[in-house]
Design a protein around this ligand. Structure first.
Ligand code: GCU
Length: 679
């Protein structure tokens, strides 16, 4: 069916296993729903659609309670409050939920409840997930509370519908037809987000166009906000810092100028008149040519706080990005820390600083960003990238949950052992009120949303991890595969390992052992480790690998750029010492002789060759795994993935050959005999 990819993980096809079907039909016979709000209406509709599809029979919506009733509602519901105390429900906070098997007047029912409507919605999706993933449901007792408050997608979508670093077609926002025409896709997008707990979306590119803040566009933004509201999703916009000049007829955007402040205050009032629950602004300032407070000799804090003051009366927030770097520094790695760390404690309480997971730019592997743990007085929001700008676009199958987990699980030692990045992001380490995790969206107008059928899993993973970062990559892959493809064990056995290994495989054929940013200039696709012609040194691959006849890698120890000094001393000690530095980060921090002896007993040159060859060979293994499930998946997606893996295989070899042959011109050594082969 042509819509196989369109349905994402929200597939509610009838369960085929007869025993399971019987089990579900015994435990669920009807739904009782106090659908008294838009959100509860959406929840009821989803639950009804999902259950009827999965159970292949009509489910009645009735007030009478019978065996198998699903009773859904907030704690105010009389039936529910007679079963679950409000104290218990209160523990789930503003968005969590409880799903519980209970007895009510001699009837066995399932209760889905929360303090607020949105929690009920999340609970309904969670209940559907249990069926989609074939779990037993006769004795349920689930309490689930999101760990992170703002769980967001950042669209890098332009108003002309091109998408910055978008590889899945054009923007799904049809500005031309909005607000009058509401594409069904907007609703399905909201459903998909809500199903994984995403509660905020930034609609436009961080390289922002001020026009989106003008009334003609605010009307369109309001129409989208109205679609998303029943799904618990707030709309945010990227604000161009120089908007007072572009759309406000002012001559300056100086944050300390009274006219500029008045512009933003009026703009905020106007925004909230269109969208009463508007979330706030995301801002990229003084980065890659974007305007910002530094144009007026003001600090990032001056800029952020000025916007925050305008939004504050309305309950809005500012998410100020820390992705800054200029060409004057000896090491781009250090820039964000140098600019932002001294500002710790200077931001208003409705400002979050959004930090990319690593210090350079969404590489296949980066050490965690040194700002995590270094700004205790500021809520730091995580920015991951779902769109695979440096990981083979939507052509290569790379499941990113292992990358996200690696960063979230990394210990910063900010408050001693056990100060993982995740505890900074969720605000628990410093008891921050605000917390957030964002993913740069990989969504576009392609029928299957994300270009590669498996890239949907990265969207899914972001939502799931923002809700609960203690989930493992394997659990996430498992539930996504079951919902998106099938519960067939043979399928899971073949495809799950392929997904879980795919990121390491990509690292191996692109940038093993801590190499980074070897991708082609500007487009970032394919290998170009030799490139040295960019207008800025820090856009050249040669700047990052620094290969010469003595060795390869960026010396970030005190003998080099000393970027490691930005980490806590425990981490700096580990990374800074070649002996204790994990080999996977080695060339991030050291310029290492080609003859350096690795743990494996090979020298660095040989180890590099082995990694590149193993990476490319492993894609052939992925192809075999996929081939083995041919009869278990639908033909359409089987073929799509097969073709894409074919390209990935060719390109993994391209990467391997380009990098091995290029680095060989420095190492001067032979490719190990065991690896030599035609092709
Ligand atoms: C990367 C990317 C840009 C993007 C930037 C950002 O540098 O290549 O397209 O604008 O990140 O995060 O702001």
């Amino acid at each position: 069916q042509a819509e196989d990819g369109y349905r994402l993980w929200l597939r509610y096809d009838s369960i085929t296993d007869a025993a399971l079907l019987k089990h579900y039909r015994q435990n669920i016979t009807a739904i009782h729903f106090d659908a008294t709000s838009q959100v509860l209406n959406a929840a009821a509709a989803e639950l009804l659609q999902g259950l009827q599809g999965l159970m292949g029979q009509e489910i009645v919506q009735t007030n009478a309670i019978q065996d198998g009733s699903v009773v859904a509602g907030t704690a105010q519901n009389k039936i529910i409050s007679s079963i679950i105390s409000t104290e218990e429900t209160d523990k789930t906070g503003k968005e969590g939920f409880i799903i519980k098997t209970a007895m009510y007047k001699g009837r066995k029912i399932i209760v889905v409840t929360a303090t607020r409507d949105v929690g009920v919605l999340y609970g309904c999706f969670a209940l559907l997930r249990l069926l989609q993933t074939n779990q037993q449901i006769n004795t349920l007792n689930i309490t689930s509370v999101p760990k992170v408050k703002l769980r967001m997608l950042n669209h890098w979508d332009n108003l002309n519908r091109t998408v910055e670093r978008g590889y899945a077609g054009m923007s799904i926002w049809n500005w031309h037809k909005l607000p009058g025409y509401i594409d069904q896709r907007y609703i399905d997008y909201a459903r998909a987000n809500a199903s994984v707990g995403i509660n905020g979306v930034v609609l436009n590119n961080v390289n922002a166009n001020a026009v989106i803040l003008s009334p003609a566009y605010l009307e369109k933004v309001a129409a989208l906000a109205a679609v998303f509201r029943p799904y618990g999703i707030k709309v945010y916009l990227s604000a161009r810092f120089s908007a007072p000049i572009e759309i406000g007829n002012l001559e300056t955007a100086d944050p300390l100028n009274a006219g500029v402040q008045a512009f933003w205050q009026q703009k905020a009032d106007e925004l909230y008149s269109y969208i009463p629950d508007f979330g706030g602004f995301l801002v990229k300032a003084n980065s890659e040519g974007q305007p910002g407070p530094q144009n007026y000799n003001r600090s990032h804090a001056d800029g952020a706080n000025m916007l925050a003051a305008a939004l504050k009366p309305h309950g809005g927030i500012v998410i100020w990005r820390a992705f800054v770097y200029n060409n004057n520094d000896d090491d781009r790695f250090k820039q964000a820390y140098n600019e932002f760390q001294p500002l710790d404690g200077k931001f208003s309480d409705n400002v979050l600083v959004q930090v990319k997971n690593g210090p350079v730019d969404f590489q296949p592997r980066e050490p965690f960003h040194p700002l995590f743990g270094a700004m205790p007085a500021t809520p730091l929001m995580m920015e991951f990238q779902l769109t695979q700008e440096y990981l083979g676009f939507s052509t290569h199958l790379v499941f990113l949950a292992p990358l996200f987990k690696e960063c979230l699980d990394a210990d910063t030692y900010a408050k001693g052992k056990g100060s993982q990045v995740a505890k900074i992001v969720d605000g628990s380490l410093e008891q921050h009120v605000l917390s957030g995790m964002a993913g740069v969206s990989n969504i576009g107008s392609d029928i299957n949303w994300t270009g590669h059928p498996f890239a949907q899993a990265n969207w899914y993973a972001l939502g799931r991890l923002a809700w609960d970062y203690t989930l493992s990559a394997s659990e996430i892959a498992d539930e996504w595969l079951r919902q998106t493809f099938t519960n067939d064990n043979m399928f899971l056995k073949a495809v799950k390992p392929m997904m879980l290994d795919s990121r390491e495989i990509c690292v191996n054929y692109m940038t093993p052992l801590g190499l980074h940013h070897l991708m082609g200039y500007s487009h970032h696709y394919g290998p170009a480790p030799w490139y040295n012609k960019a207008e800025r040194a820090d856009w050249n691959p040669v700047y990052f690998h620094k290969a010469d006849k003595n060795g390869v890698g960026f010396d970030r120890t005190p003998k080099g750029s000393n970027a490691i000094a930005q980490y806590n001393t425990v981490i700096a000690g580990k990374f800074g010492n070649l002996k204790s530095c994990d080999e996977q980060f080695m060339l991030w921090f050291h310029h290492v002789p080609w003859t350096h002896m690795m743990q494996s007993g090979n020298n660095l040159w040989e180890a590099l060759c082995y990694r590149y060859y193993s990476g490319a060979d492993s894609v052939a293994w992925m192809q075999r795994q996929w081939e083995s499930v041919k009869n278990i998946v639908d033909e359409e997606r089987f073929k799509q993935v097969k073709m894409l893996l074919g390209i990935q295989k060719e390109e993994a070899i391209w990467w391997r050959n380009a990098c091995v042959l290029y680095f060989q011109t420095f190492s001067g050594m032979q490719i190990p005999a065991a690896l030599e082969r035609p092709g």
